[in-house]
Ligand binder design. Structure first.
Ligand SMILES: Cc1cc2nc3c(=O)[nH]c(=O)nc-3n(C[C@H](O)[C@H](O)[C@H](O)COP(=O)(O)O)c2cc1C
Length: 440
């Protein structure tokens, strides 16, 4: 934790322009921004006494002022407080106390002016500014909390703060953001699942399952296309799909696969599962179907710690070479799947992406999507009779990250792995080209 703060704080040696100059490649920056957004949480613990340098407060305020505003009316203004005497006064005024150990704070001011006619966007404007500042603080290694309800309630703490800070009448102090280095871990709130609040294309009817999967009759079918490679290319769409089982594949979905020229299906499920619930291909003659059973990874591992090792077993499974050869030799697009499209499918997808030069963080991201796609199933497991330990079943970044470390330890790099598997250069090239080359 401390090392992370130290690193983040090193980043803050200068103002916004310097930060922008320092940023790495565009793709990497995008990932960092998303990580910062996802890592941000309200912090209500105590702060270290270490002062916040003015340059960092300026950077944070610049981030706030950079936010969009309705009709560019720029209704938000900011007032940073780092004077210990004023902070002491705040402690007197803010009752019950919040952020009282913070060595600095930013107060958010708004002017309720109309953008046009009777439309005032001041609330939206300052909300955008606040979120920008919370993210900037997160990135710089500080923590904060959006205190608005607390100070704008009937006791109008905000008005007393405004008077103390000499704020003119036409400005309203609406939010108090403590700034400082945290001394504790933030308590994470329970957030609703993605699928409870976000959808694609239409608002679902009550009880209607979430439709993230590419196919309507599966839960976890995804295209491996669209990923950036480290040499600046992108994996192609409609070349390789990863999926859960196709046991209830509808005619519409079968036709969709054919329209995308996905005509090779590889079923990696073990026996007898694959025979009990066979893939349902309503136009079987249009597909080349291969059953390449993998017993490795078929059972739920016994402990959380065992999961990455199981993934290594999948990478070394008896049939894995056959699976990659089948993908390489397929005339058109390929769909490979296991039962849930999580572990065996996850490892095969990871190895394919690595072979194409997709970086490990992206590979981990691809793996983690299963958590989102299958959330309803995981939720049912959570609320139903506990059959499995959910800590083992639900994907975690560390499962894939630790597997990749084990994989590196065992094989060094992805090329040595395919050499170990016995695939020759031609086969490996064909495999790469499947995902990377121009469509004939
Ligand atoms: C408009 C607004 C007002 C808020 N006011 C307060 C507040 O007065 N006190 C407080 O502890 N948190 C306040 N929060 C923080 C929320 O409680 C917090 O964002 C929410 O619980 C989700 O947690 P997270 O920020 O960790 O994602 C406020 C947030 C918003 C957006």
């Amino acid at each position: 934790m401390n090392r992370m703060f130290a690193m983040n704080r090193m980043l803050s040696f200068s103002f916004r322009d310097a930060i922008l100059r320092m940023t790495p490649g565009k793709e990497e920056t995008a990932m960092n921004v998303i990580k910062t957004i996802l890592n941000r949480h309200s912090y209500r613990g105590s702060y270290s006494r270490e002062p916040v340098p003015r340059r960092d407060l300026i950077t944070v305020m610049e981030a706030g002022l950079a936010a969009p505003s309705g009709c560019n009316m720029q209704t938000t203004s900011l007032l940073a407080v780092d004077d210990p005497a004023i902070l002491e006064e705040f402690r007197r005024i803010i009752d019950p106390p919040v952020g009282e150990t913070a060595p600095a704070a930013i107060c958010v001011l708004t002017r309720r002016v109309n953008a046009y006619r009777d439309k005032c966007f001041a609330t939206q404007d300052y909300s955008a500014a606040i979120e920008n500042m919370l993210l900037a603080m997160e990135e710089l290694g500080y923590r904060s909390c959006w205190y608005e309800g607390h100070i704008t309630d009937d006791d109008r703490i905000c008005d007393r703060m405004a008077a103390l800070l000499n704020v003119p009448e036409d400005y309203e102090l609406v939010c108090f953001l403590p700034v400082g280095i945290p001394e504790e871990e933030a308590k994470l709130p329970r957030k609703k699942a993605f699928g409870e609040r976000a959808w694609f294309n239409r608002f679902p009817d009550p009880g209607e399952p979430q439709q993230l999967s590419l196919l309507r009759s599966t839960r976890n079918t995804r295209d491996l296309g669209g990923y950036r490679t480290t040499d600046g290319r992108r994996t192609r769409f409609n070349r390789i799909y990863r999926s859960d089982k196709l046991g209830s594949l509808s005619r519409e979905d079968t036709e969709k696969l054919l329209s995308k020229r996905i005509t090779t299906i590889i079923d990696m499920r073990e026996e007898p599962t694959a025979h009990l619930v066979p893939d349902l291909l309503t136009i079987p003659e249009a597909f080349s179907v291969y059953h390449c059973p993998m017993n490795e990874g078929a059972a739920v591992p016994e402990t959380v710690e065992a999961v990455p090792g199981t993934y290594l077993e999948i990478a070394c499974a008896d049939n894995i070479g056959r699976i990659f050869r089948t993908i390489a030799e397929a005339k058109e697009g390929v769909l490979f799947h296991c039962s849930a499209g999580k572990d065996r499918t996850g490892v095969v997808a990871a190895l394919l992406l690595l072979l194409c030069g997709v970086d490990e963080e992206t590979v981990i991201g691809d793996y983690m999507l299963t958590k989102l796609y299958l959330w309803e199933g995981f939720e049912k497991l959570r609320t139903g009779k506990p059959i499995y330990d959910l800590n083992i079943v639900i994907p975690r970044e560390s499962f894939m990250r630790d597997f990749l470390a084990l994989f590196r330890g065992r094989f060094g790099n992805i090329s040595s792995y395919f050499e170990w598997l016995g695939l020759n250069d031609e086969e490996v090239n064909a495999l790469q080209n499947k995902l990377l080359d121009e469509q004939e």
